[in-house]
Write a protein that binds this ligand. Structure first.
Ligand SMILES: Cc1cc2nc3c(=O)[nH]c(=O)nc-3n(C[C@H](O)[C@H](O)[C@H](O)COP(=O)(O)OP(=O)(O)OC[C@H]3O[C@@H](n4cnc5c(N)ncnc54)[C@H](O)[C@@H]3O)c2cc1C
Length: 541
């Protein structure tokens, strides 16, 4: 991946439509003619001198082979941060202060075990690194209190161990990426169906360690629902949660490891539930008069067990944004404007619903969902908006690089709560983000969508943008803290799928309580007595 952003060097670059440039100018005061702020050159990134003790380097080289212990500039910069907004702001400006002392690249579970033993012996901290797409500071090396810190890049663990077509499971090594998995499964007529927006780069181990959610997770694809078994290698031993369809043998150890964010050990492989690759797909756009109207229609549909696999409802601002940004050729915009004109309305809300499966199944479910959406006030826009969304669902991150060039603060955050409390949580979070950014003199654009529907509630996904001020990181920190406080006060979860990492750790106490923290700490103490595994993440200081 480009060290300063998203995608491959010389790969895809997002082009900003003129209408989008105008929207940024009108809404948040970004001057289209202002000079671009490109990232600095790789050679100019300032790195701390590597301080891995010679004995640690020797022991790691003996465990993994010298070629699997790298401390060159490129490797250290590529593992210095994840892919959050503050990560990229820092790196693009040349701040590589969080770079690991070395990057180790085991190629097998045995090498992971040996590498962890060497690090425990030498008091070297270890950061498990999958695709490095964390947006919560989850892969940022922390070395205080240790003799050094290494990033353990797990992409060498890339074997498909077993595809069991009869049981519909696949046992996969942790470093396999989304495309690698889907390619292997497609050859067998299967799919995992886990499609986070970071799909192109994120890995099995990262998904399991963060409890990630794919865009189709209303129907299938939340990783915690797909894990049948897994193996964690920790400094003090191993947890082998056998792959079983169900078990009544005490607390489920899978649940201890899923979401453990590298603080307990390294997930080396996982057995995941797979399904037949869909033979039919149908994606559609719908319009609602308001966010509240659409939300209620989604609730009724979900509670009638009639939900599609993908269900997203944008609020009025995100709808406005989508019409301009995400509508190549203006097809959605034309449909949306026609809808508004016909109903003499100023605004409305766009929903995307998607069904996948056999042709019969898709048609039967579509008809049922459509009846409920219509009864809830929705108007169908047909397939075009749904297909446009499907075709561009991985495009957003590329656009972020373009926005950073234009000195735009752009970030996302997500939460979830019950249907009863969803509106209050929506308003509280949106207002907190707005107040924080307005308070610094940078009028923001805050937008949200509902996705990931559950019988009892749903998630809210916010995107916020503002002109960067002179202290871009301070501006972001203030907005993030304001939103997090508001989420906790309104009873939402501090994260629905991005995980805790370093950025949400200060609010973990509010999330799980003091005893909850003590239980996680006790498990860590037993599995990782020297405390070398991913320090500074998940647990508050
Ligand atoms: C543009 C963009 C879009 C995104 N979209 C989504 C989305 O739609 N849904 C979603 O849920 N998330 C999303 N994310 C967040 C991120 O992609 C997920 O958290 C993903 O699961 C991380 O996977 P990864 O392999 O990149 O893990 P990394 O970023 O490398 O690591 C994430 C955490 O897991 C730990 N870890 C990684 N591998 C292992 C392992 N084998 N054993 C133990 N610990 C390990 C790391 O130490 C770290 O704490 C997005 C991020 C970006 C940048």
């Amino acid at each position: 991946m480009r060290w300063w952003g998203w995608g491959e060097e010389d790969g895809h670059v997002a082009a900003m439509p003129d209408a989008a440039t105008a929207l940024l100018r009108d809404e948040i005061g970004v001057d289209p003619a202002a000079p671009r702020r490109h990232h600095i050159a790789l050679e100019d990134v300032v790195l701390p001198g590597p301080r891995l003790p010679a004995a640690a380097r020797e022991q790691l080289s003996a465990a993994l082979g010298a070629e699997h212990v790298r401390d060159d500039r490129e490797a250290r910069v590529a593992h210095a941060v994840g892919r959050s907004y503050p990560d990229l702001v820092r790196l693009r400006s040349g701040d590589g202060s969080s770079a690991p002392d070395a990057v180790v690249t085991p190629g097998s579970a045995d090498q992971v075990r040996a590498g962890l033993a060497a690090c425990a012996d030498q008091r070297v901290a270890v950061v498990p690194f999958g695709g490095g797409t964390s947006v919560v500071g989850g892969v940022e090396p922390v070395s205080e209190g240790f003799a050094g810190v290494v990033s353990m890049d797990l992409r060498g663990l890339n074997r498909v161990i077993l595809i069991d077509r009869t049981s519909l499971t696949a046992t996969l090594e942790a470093g396999l990426s989304g495309p690698q998995i889907e390619q292997a499964l497609a050859a067998e007529g299967l799919t995992l169906g886990h499609f986070p927006q970071s799909f192109e780069y994120s890995t099995v181990g990262g998904w399991v360690a963060t409890r990630s959610a794919g865009v189709a997770s209303t129907g299938f694809g939340r990783i915690d629902e797909l894990v049948e078994g897994l193996r964690l290698i920790a400094p003090a031993g191993e947890v082998d949660a056998r792959a079983l369809p169900a078990s009544a043998a005490g607390p489920d150890l899978r649940e201890l490891v899923v979401g453990s964010e590298g603080v307990l050990g390294v997930i080396c492989d996982a057995t995941l539930r797979v399904r037949a690759a869909p033979r039919a797909k149908r994606y559609e756009g719908w319009w609602f008069g308001s966010f509240a109207e659409g939300r209620e229609a989604f609730r009724v549909m979900e509670q009638a067990d009639a939900s599609p696999d993908v269900a997203r409802l944008s609020d009025e601002d995100e709808t406005r944004f989508s019409l301009v940004f995400a509508s190549p050729g203006g097809a959605v915009e034309r449909l949306g404007r026609a809808y508004l004109r016909a109903r003499h309305r100023e605004s409305g809300c766009l929903a995307i619903v998607g069904f996948e499966g056999t042709a019969d199944d898709v048609e039967r479910r579509r008809v049922r969902a459509a009846a409920l959406l219509r009864a809830g006030g929705g108007i169908t826009l047909g397939r075009r908006p749904g297909e446009l969304w499907l075709g561009s669902r991985y495009a957003g991150p590329y656009l972020r690089d373009e926005l950073l060039d234009r000195a735009v603060l752009v970030d996302t955050l997500e939460t979830a709560t019950s249907w009863s409390d969803l509106d209050a949580l929506y308003r509280a979070t949106r207002d907190a983000l707005r107040s924080s950014l307005v308070g610094r003199g940078t009028p923001p654009f805050v937008m949200c969508h509902i996705s990931h529907l559950y019988r009892s509630g749903a998630s809210l996904y916010f995107t916020f943008m503002a002109r960067q001020d002179d202290d871009a990181l301070g501006q972001w920190r203030a907005a993030k803290a304001a939103a997090s406080e508001a989420i906790v006060a309104a009873g939402g979860t501090i994260t629905h799928h991005h995980a805790v990492g370093r950025d949400h750790a200060p609010w973990m106490r509010a999330e799980v309580g003091e005893m909850g923290l003590e239980l996680i700490r006790a498990a860590k103490q037993r599995l990782d007595p020297a405390g070398i595994m991913n320090p500074g993440k998940l647990l508050p200081a």
